[in-house]
Design a protein around this ligand. Structure first.
Ligand code: ADP
Ligand code: ZN
Ligand code: ZN
Length: 833
């Protein structure tokens, strides 16, 4: 007997063996998706290996593969190896990791009904008193007999069957819902799940073509009855466009009807067939950016030469380019990609935000032409599928995408670029929580490729790797152009308060600077990393803040839509007139978010053109791009917003950046708080002043002498990194250790605590030396969407020890089949909040 080893996307970390029915044997090849029974359901599984002989427990114990969903393998060796490694590292099942690597490619199931041999027998043995005594009374029911009759007629052989909705339609309203379950219980029918669709399909369109060269057709035409005017125009249009065109395009161009075209088909003058019409992401059709031919600076040249040298060696190597904002890192990436293509290789280019892809796509297209593909979650399912196949079939040389593009089936990948490698967006914040940057390194290692990481503010992990010589460190220390780095001034808001005598949102210094920019016709950015109008609502009478009833978090007032909103679960409610706790009407709306800041700026500068960019104002598709274009074209004087304004945009006319509450996140109990604050400041400061225009940055904070703020103000990454790494070392935080967060969620607080305590107890028992278990303790966000959250933080001397110990823990749990419900493990968490 032939067997198949299958990975299923369920949280069980082993493979399952199925039998292969003879009729599917030729289709069952490693790398195809299959539909298999799993528990009481059918799931899309991934066939990994074909075997011979019996499964555990003998032939009879094996369930069969029910359908093969792909005509050809969708998983190649490189992706299989990468997903396998990632599954082990992030402690999920291989099937779950593969599903992540094939987004959208899951079969859609529907229930179909088939008639059993016993059901057939019941129908044939006649109804009423003629019914075979061995059959149940329900077989006498006339409606039941109709059902069986319809099934025999339309669902002759399994595996076909009739979809349940269709059966209901055919039988009509006479059929009670309970009838099907009765027939099923008596073994007269069967209900099974089948794939209604195997996932996205190629899009087809009809194409019309001239059957013969134009002059031959002309002769033939002469001998026939006269053609209609529209038919004549169809033929001349086709001759004009080279003999073939899509039917819809053709009819539109000529104004002819489908009937006219059919007439031509009947005479053998034209033919129509289905061809694939690939869906194209709109971004790929944006006009290519004007090609600038720049001469690399000596620093760029050195970096390019180093990467080229590494590429020539055809083995794994990693580089970290630390280049200040505007130092020309992109140019370095592009030149490296260029030499990869020249040598017959291909390259992956990962960016953290899909908002950055349009600009970059235009640049890449002007440089490399049609060989670019896009892969990110902003594409429609169909677009993504078509891009995915273009990539797999080797029709592109460069793939630009977000983190999931690390799984792109790009053959002979020689180079992987990870821009803004420090960015938290590379970590998927849902299950499975993989880091695209780290997987890029692993992918390169597995295929002897080169990785280029780039950032103005590298992560402490990557920087330490570079310091230790594991990555080649390349530095671009200065900006392109004469202007140099912006001047950063810190404003201590404690002093401001003392001098002004009241709480200020915008310091006098910043107001003056904004005024100057308006007078000079230059642009300004103002960053405040908090959405909404006021950030908390407090009762002056009882002192309670109004919180979300599902999360332990205070609600934010959004004035535009007159609601209080929870920024975690997005629950919203009307603004109350009185305190829900004590009924007092004395509510205080405190704290400033971007909405209130916008109002304030409008009051101060009524004539200025002001725009806000945050998640609330940028919800529509393409709204961010449109706003960025307006800023670029000088239609906005002041752009304010959350961290969204800090990322990668190149605004030549911005000469001032204001940062409010720069220390807001420094108080958070998270070991990366300082790193995050430094990165955000350095990134947003990088938006000020470009080329020949010097920029200015004004940073407001209560603790303006925190080292993250001080070093960011001095553009001193190395100074910050030294201090930060020393702190991490003393505290034994990553990169000096490996950290994981184990979270147990439950609607009942007691169950969550029990589960987490069981995990912590087990871990303490199996912990090797150097493995530390902290907790269980309530997570900083104790309740979220009505679920209580209890966490255990574990620390290991290194990542290998982490992986091994947690793996033993999961095996132990599986062995004892003491499943802890809603257990989530976050390996290498971006934050411990
Ligand atoms: P980064 O990615 O490091 O922030 P970019 O690659 O976006 O910087 O470069 C900033 C600007 O400088 C871009 O407009 C780019 O076209 C330009 N630029 C890059 N390299 C050069 C060069 N060697 N000579 C002139 N201009 C350059
Ligand atoms: Zn109250
Ligand atoms: Zn909530």
């Amino acid at each position: 007997m032939i067997t198949a080893s299958v990975a299923v996307p369920r949280p069980v970390r082993r493979l399952f063996t199925y039998s292969v029915p003879p009729e599917l044997a030729s289709l069952c090849r490693p790398g195809v998706r299959v539909l298999v029974p799993f528990g009481h359901r059918r799931v899309t599984g991934y066939l990994l290996e074909i075997g011979e002989g019996t499964g555990p427990g003998g032939d009879y114990a094996l369930k069969p593969v029910e359908e093969v969903l792909d005509p050809a393998p969708v998983l190649d060796a490189a992706i299989l190896a990468l997903t396998r490694w990632a599954a082990d590292y992030y402690l999920v099942s291989w099937g779950e990791m593969i599903r992540t690597a094939l987004p959208g490619m899951t079969a859609v199931l529907r229930k179909v009904v088939t008639v059993t041999p016993r059901g057939r027998h019941a129908l044939e043995s006649g109804g009423g008193i003629l019914l075979d005594a061995s059959l149940p009374p329900v077989a006498r029911d006339p409606i039941a007999r109709d059902v069986l009759g319809i099934l025999v007629q339309f669902a002759t052989e399994p595996p076909s069957g009739l979809p349940i909705e269709e059966l209901k339609r055919k039988v009509g309203p006479r059929m009670k819902p309970s009838l099907l379950s009765r027939l099923r219980r008596e073994g007269l029918i069967e209900l099974v799940e089948r794939s209604a669709s195997t996932g996205p399909q190629p899009r087809l369109e009809q194409e019309a073509a001239l059957t013969e060269p134009d002059d031959a057709a002309g002769e033939k035409r002469g001998g026939l009855r006269r053609l209609g005017r529209r038919q004549e125009s169809i033929l001349s249009r086709l001759a004009e466009v080279g003999g073939r065109e899509s039917v819809s395009g053709l009819l539109k161009a000529t104004g002819a009807t489908r009937g006219a075209l059919r007439g031509l088909e009947r005479r053998g003058l034209t033919s129509v067939r289905s061809i694939e019409s690939p869906r194209r992401p709109a971004t790929l059709d944006l006009s290519p950016a004007p090609l600038q031919s720049v001469t690399p600076t000596p620093d760029q040249e050195a970096a390019i030469t180093t990467v080229r040298g590494l590429l020539a060696e055809n083995r794994f190597a990693a580089c970290l380019i630390r280049g200040v904002t505007g130092s020309g890192k992109t140019e370095v990436y592009l030149r490296c990609i260029e030499s990869v293509i020249q040598n017959g290789g291909r390259a992956l280019y990962l960016v953290p935000e899909i908002g950055l892809t349009p600009l970059l796509a235009r640049r890449l297209r002007s440089r490399f032409g049609e060989v670019l593909a896009l892969l990110h979650s902003g594409l429609t399912e169909g677009e993504r599928y078509d891009e995915w196949r273009r990539i797999r079939d080797g029709r592109v040389k460069v793939v630009l995408g977000a983190r999931s593009a690390v799984f792109a089936p790009l053959p002979s990948t020689r180079l992987i670029v990870v821009d803004e490698e420090h960015d938290a967006s590379f970590k998927q914040d849902e299950y499975p929580r993989y880091n695209g940057r780290d997987l890029a390194l692993m992918r390169a290692k597995m295929s002897d490729a080169v990785v280029v990481l780039g950032s103005a503010t590298p992560s402490m992990e990557s920087y330490r790797n570079a310091l230790q010589g594991r990555y080649r460190l390349l530095t671009l220390p200065s900006r392109i152009g004469a202007a140099g780095m912006p001047v950063v001034e810190r404003v201590d808001m404690r002093e401001e308060f003392r001098e002004v005598g009241r709480e200020m949102v915008l310091s006098r210094r910043l107001l003056r600077a904004l005024e100057e920019r308006l007078a000079r016709g230059e642009q300004s950015l103002v960053l405040l990393n908090r959405r909404g109008f006021s950030t908390f609502v407090l009762c002056r009478s009882c002192g309670e803040a109004i919180g979300c009833h599902r999360c332990t978090i205070t609600l934010t007032l959004h004035l535009r839509d007159q609601h209080l909103r929870c920024h975690y679960c997005d629950d919203r409610r009307r603004v109350p007139a009185a305190c829900p706790g004590c009924g007092s009407g004395e509510l205080h709306f405190g704290g400033t978010g971007t909405e209130r800041l916008e109002d304030l700026l409008r009051t101060h500068f009524p004539k200025a053109r002001i725009a806000r960019m945050d998640r609330d104002s940028m919800s529509g598709r393409g709204s961010m791009e449109r706003l960025l274009t307006r800023v670029e074209e000088g239609e906005i004087d002041i752009l304010l917003g959350t961290q969204m304004i800090a990322k990668g945009h190149d605004f030549p006319n911005v000469t001032l950046v204001g940062v409010l509450a720069a220390d807001a996140q420094l108080g958070l109990p998270d070991f990366r708080a300082g790193e995050r604050a430094f990165q955000l400041l350095a990134q947003v400061a990088g938006r000020s002043g470009r080329r020949d225009r010097p920029g200015e940055v004004i940073v407001q904070a209560y603790h303006s002498d925190h080292h993250a703020i001080r070093f960011a103000a001095a553009h001193d990454f190395e100074g910050f990194a030294n201090k930060e790494l020393a702190f991490r070392k003393v505290m034994n935080y990553p990169p000096y250790s490996a950290l994981s967060l184990i979270l147990v969620r439950n609607r009942q607080a007691g169950r969550a605590h029990e589960g987490a305590a069981a995990i912590a107890g087990l871990l303490r028992r199996i912990a090797p030396k150097g493995f530390q278990v902290m907790g269980p303790a309530p997570a900083p966000l104790e309740k979220l969407r009505g679920e209580h959250r209890v966490q255990v933080i574990v620390r290991a001397a290194n990542r290998r020890m982490m992986q091994q110990t947690l793996s033993v823990m999961l095996e132990e749990l599986e062995r004892r089949s003491s499943r802890v419900e809603n257990l989530a493990i976050d390996v290498d968490p971006m934050s411990t909040l």
